[in-house]
Design a protein around this ligand. Structure first.
Ligand SMILES: Nc1ncnc2c1ncn2[C@@H]1O[C@H](COP(=O)(O)OP(=O)(O)OP(=O)(O)O)[C@@H](O)[C@H]1O
Ligand SMILES: [Mg+2]
Length: 258
């Protein structure tokens, strides 16, 4: 897979696994020894601090850095249990009087302050924040889709929108994938999703109840869960490794769910 280091995670449809995938992949890269910064760019609706269980550690956020109210390092939080992972929270509201054009510069400062090799920007999926990150910061995008028709259409449109802003490489992550339903023909299979979105695939994250539980408890999902393995596979592809679609996932076979 083409390598990129500043990844925007996007898709205009809500509630389809963007934040889960941003967190899971960033944590997997960190586990593989790569310093990674995860930035919650979902202004007004932050959630990653809770999902990581670091909500009590947040002193400053992305908005404070953009408004130059703090040193960038003050907005970078270490994540217990993941030595190479750093996190920056989104502001509850974008700071008044600060043009959104300052967002990419704030991300640059955070990347430098954290010494990150990889930066993941979790977004709300659309809007001016996404536009700014694509035009002046990201060098690649993860576009999320589930098997739902509305989500597939949204992924296709999001890829078109992002590349119209700047032609960065887009990679599809198929999230909440229900392989049993795909096998029975009840829900879209992999080929249909890939074909309809016109986006090359970075990976498939199976539907895994472990994720919701981990998020409610504010901890990173176990590396040996199906989702954990999927995130590691995506991380390894981002590092340039050639990894089979369902490597390490036991009975899951791509040809059965195409
Ligand atoms: N692979 C998966 N298997 C099972 N549940 C999942 C999976 N991915 C995400 N979820 C669940 O789906 C819900 C929405 O996930 P998430 O918050 O990551 O979506 P989102 O696209 O970031 O949403 P929003 O648009 O609100 O930002 C969460 O409850 C999460 O636990
Ligand atoms: Mg989200």
């Amino acid at each position: 897979m083409e390598q990129f280091h500043r990844v925007i995670v996007s898709s205009a449809k809500g509630g389809i696994g963007k934040s889960t995938t941003a967190l899971g992949t960033a944590a997997a890269l960190a586990s593989l020894g790569h310093r990674t910064l995860l930035v919650d760019c979902d202004v007004g609706n932050r959630c990653l601090d809770l999902m990581l269980g670091v909500e009590d550690r947040i002193l400053c956020d992305l908005g404070d850095v953009a408004a130059e109210r703090c040193e960038p390092s003050a907005a970078v939080t270490a994540v217990p249990g993941r030595e190479a992972l750093r996190f920056c929270a989104a502001p509850y509201a974008w700071p008044e009087g600060v043009p959104i054009e300052r967002l990419p510069a704030a991300l640059d400062k955070l990347a430098e302050a954290s010494g990150a090799e990889f930066v993941f920007c979790d977004t709300a999926g659309s809007g001016e924040t996404v536009r700014r990150i694509v035009s002046d910061f990201a060098d690649g995008a993860f576009i999320l889709s589930t098997q739902q028709p509305a989500s597939i259409r949204s992924a296709e449109r999001t890829a078109q929108l992002l590349t119209s802003i700047r032609p960065i490489p887009c990679r599809l992550v198929i999230s909440c994938f229900d392989d049993r339903a795909a096998r029975r023909g009840k829900r879209a299979g992999l080929l249909e999703i890939i074909d309809r979105t016109h986006v090359r695939t970075a990976g498939v994250v199976p539907l895994d109840p472990v994720l919701m539980l981990a998020q409610e408890e504010g901890r990173i999902p176990d590396a040996d869960s199906r989702a954990g393995i999927a995130f590691r596979n995506i991380a390894r592809r981002l590092l340039g490794e050639d990894v089979r679609l369902f490597e390490g996932m036991g009975a899951l076979r791509a040809r059965r769910v195409l």
